[in-house]
Design a binder for this molecule. Structure first.
Ligand code: NDP
Length: 258
């Protein structure tokens, strides 16, 4: 990566697992001399374990702030962002909108109401909540406003598949949100970027089937999915380009996936 990460502040949602966790490690390893990381998710014990691992590997050059956060709760998002300045993490440079999940019951007419509500609240409202909270920080910078918003979209936002109606709709919604936001911010120094992976081996699929190992394993049968590290490398690459370069829209597949 280039020098542009030096001393930057990176805020990651869903950093307790999978792609978010790998992204935190990749940022830290890319700029161990000087980086600020704000690690958020609901499972704070996992964030603390990740923070300890980063401190052990990278030493004191990486400053870390761990915060419990449910992105679907606008009040929690506002409190988090409002409190960052006091803690010395106020000038967020990069937001990684990573928190998201899928449910195993997505075929109408059988989708439970709470599942509809929860998937939408995290995957759509959560991303919008975070983006709205961080944009004013970017805009009030003395140097005229700059920053990066990086979305974790999915191939599911471009191409719907059987059994994924709700999740695909949520990712398509965020793809539209991202597209509009990029156009709204064109000619500013705020970059809006999306990384859309195909299959990645994380807890995502296991959560989707609520621990039904057989069903989850079947998703990956006969193929080699991406690792969370594969996706993290692309996210850090995007964030570390020089200012004039926008890695706007990236589709990332394992080689077997059509
Ligand atoms: P994981 O299940 O491993 O991680 C999901 C993360 O999101 C966890 O850290 C979880 O933390 C967090 N999270 C979930 N809901 C909330 C919430 N309401 N508020 C805050 N944090 C939340 O999955 P992945 O790493 O695979 O998924 C990361 C992103 O990548 C998601 O947006 C997903 O849609 C996308 N993606 C994944 C693919 C895959 O095949 N795995 C493919 C394409 C895209 P906690 O429970 O502690 O809050």
């Amino acid at each position: 990566p280039s020098l542009t990460l030096h001393a930057k502040t990176i805020l990651i949602t869903g950093a307790s697992s999978g792609i978010g966790r790998a992204t935190a490690l990749e940022f830290a390893r890319s700029s161990p001399q000087s980086l600020n990381l704000v690690l958020t998710a609901r499972r704070v014990d996992r964030l603390n374990a990740l923070a300890a691992q980063i401190r052990q590997e990278c030493g004191t050059g990486v400053r870390i702030c761990v915060r419990g956060l449910d992105v679907s709760r606008a009040s929690e998002v506002e409190a988090l962002v409002g409190g960052l300045e006091e803690e010395g993490f106020g000038g967020v440079d990069v937001l990684v909108n990573n928190a998201g999940f899928m449910s195993g019951v997505e075929q109408p007419p059988h989708i439970p109401r709470d599942v509809i509500r929860d998937v939408w609240a995290t995957n759509v409202t959560g991303v919008i909540n975070m983006t709205q909270a961080v944009l004013p920080i970017f805009k009030k910078r003395e140097d005229g406003g700059r920053g990066d918003v990086i979305m974790l979209g999915s191939i599911a936002g471009r191409e719907a598949y059987v059994g994924g109606s709700l999740y695909c709709a949520s990712k398509a919604a965020i793809r539209a949100f991202t597209d509009a936001l990029r156009k709204e911010l064109i000619a500013t120094r705020i970059r809006v970027m999306t990384v859309d992976p195909g299959q990645v081996l994380t807890e995502f699929t296991y959560l989707r089937y609520r621990g039904d190992q057989e069903k989850a394993d079947a998703v990956y049968a006969g193929c080699e999915p991406l690792t969370p590290e594969d996706v993290a490398e692309v996210i850090v690459f995007a964030a570390s380009r020089r200012e004039n370069v926008v890695v706007a829209d990236t589709l990332l597949f394992p080689s077997h996936q059509a």
